[in-house]
Design a protein around this ligand. Structure first.
Ligand SMILES: Nc1nc2c(ncn2[C@@H]2O[C@H](COP(=O)(O)OP(=O)(O)OP(=O)(O)O)[C@@H](O)[C@H]2O)c(=O)[nH]1
Ligand SMILES: [Mg+2]
Ligand SMILES: [Zn+2]
Length: 238
C-alpha cells in the first residue's frame, strides 16, 4: 500500500473510501502497538534511539558516519539502515567499526516498527548506548510511522531549498530536531537558513535547529551537546 496517499482521496475500484480509511487506520494501529513494544525494549536496554528522516541524499549517512566515529569513543553505538535496495549505507557505517543492519524495503517507501524490531534482534547488545535508525529517504510517509524512537531528527540540506518545511509539514511537525546540513554549500546556493528556520517553526514552534556540515564537521560540537542533553533527559525520565 502506498502509505503516502491520503486515504480520504484514494480511489480503488470496488472499495468504499470508508473501507480504505479503515485499512489505513488498521495498518497504523498495528504499527503503533509494535512501536510501543520496541520502545519498552529500548528503555529496558537503556538505549537512546533516534530516527533520522530526510529526502534522498540530504546527507543522513554522511552525518552518521562522522557522528558515530566520535560517539563510539564513549558508548556503544549501533545503526539500522533503511533503503529500498543495496547495503551501501550499512557498509559505510560498518567501515567505522560500528555494527549496522541493513533493511531493504523493496517497493516500500518507509520503515515500520516490525522491521525495526526484527533488525534490532540482529544487533549485538548496545546497553547504555545509542541506536540510530536511518529511514528510507522520503519526506512524506516516514512521518506517520512511529518506530519506538525517542525522537525523530529531520535532515534538510541546503541544496533542497528553504521551503521544504511548508511543502512537507508533517515531517517537520513530527521531528524534535532539524539538522540543516551541507551548510558549507550555503554561500554558493544563496541558501537562507533564517528563512528555513522560520518556515519550520511555523509548522512546529518547538523544533530545535542546528546547522551542520557532514563534509567539514561544522556544527557537530553542538549536535553532540544536543545528544548528551537527550541522554540526560531520558535518564531522568527512567
Ligand atoms: N558538500 C557537502 N556534501 C555533503 C554533505 N553531506 C553529505 N554530502 C554529500 O551528499 C551526497 C548524499 O549523501 P548521503 O550521506 O549518502 O545522503 P543520504 O541522506 O544518506 O542518502 P540516502 O540514504 O540515499 O537517502 C553525497 O555525495 C555526500 O558526499 C555536506 O555536509 N556537504
Ligand atoms: Mg543514506
Ligand atoms: Zn511509505
Amino acid at each position: 500500500m502506498n502509505c503516502g496517499t491520503d486515504p480520504a482521496r484514494l480511489k480503488i475500484a470496488g472499495m468504499s473510501s470508508d473501507r480504505i480509511i479503515q485499512i489505513e487506520r488498521d495498518i497504523l494501529g498495528r504499527n503503533n502497538t509494535m512501536a510501543a513494544d520496541n520502545r519498552a525494549r529500548f528503555l529496558a536496554d537503556d538505549l537512546l534511539v533516534f530516527n533520522l528522516v530526510s529526502s534522498p541524499g540530504a546527507g543522513k549517512t554522511s552525518l552518521l558516519v562522522r557522528a558515530i566515529s566520535e560517539l563510539k569513543k564513549s558508548r556503544p553505538v549501533g545503526v539500522i539502515e533503511g533503503d529500498q535496495q543495496t547495503s551501501n549505507d550499512a557498509e559505510r557505517v560498518r567501515a567505522t567499526g560500528v555494527p549496522a543492519v541493513q533493511i531493504n524495503t523493496g517497493k516500500g517507501c518507509h520503515l515500520d516498527a516490525a522491521m525495526v524490531g526484527e533488525a534490532y534482534r540482529r544487533l549485538p547488545p548496545l546497553k547504555d548506548g545509542i541506536l540510530f535508525i536511518e529511514n528510507v529517504g522520503n519526506l512524506v510517509c516516514p512521518a506517520a510511522f512511529d518506530l519506538g524512537e525517542a525522537c525523530k531528527i529531520v535532515v534538510l540540506s541546503t541544496t533542497e531549498g528553504e521551503d521544504k518545511p511548508l511543502k512537507y509539514p508533517d515531517m517537520f511537525a513530527a521531528s524534535a530536531l532539524m539538522l540543516i546540513n551541507k551548510i558549507d554549500l550555503a554561500p554558493v546556493l544563496d541558501f537562507d537558513p533564517a528563512q528555513t528556520i522560520e518556515y519550520a517553526r511555523r509548522v512546529n514552534p518547538k523544533i530545535e535547529v542546528l546547522t551542520v556540515s557532514a563534509r567539514n564537521g561544522e556544527g557537530f560540537a553542538a549536535f553532540y551537546a544536543w545528544i548528551r542533553k537527550q541522554a540526560a533527559h531520558q535518564k531522568r525520565r527512567a
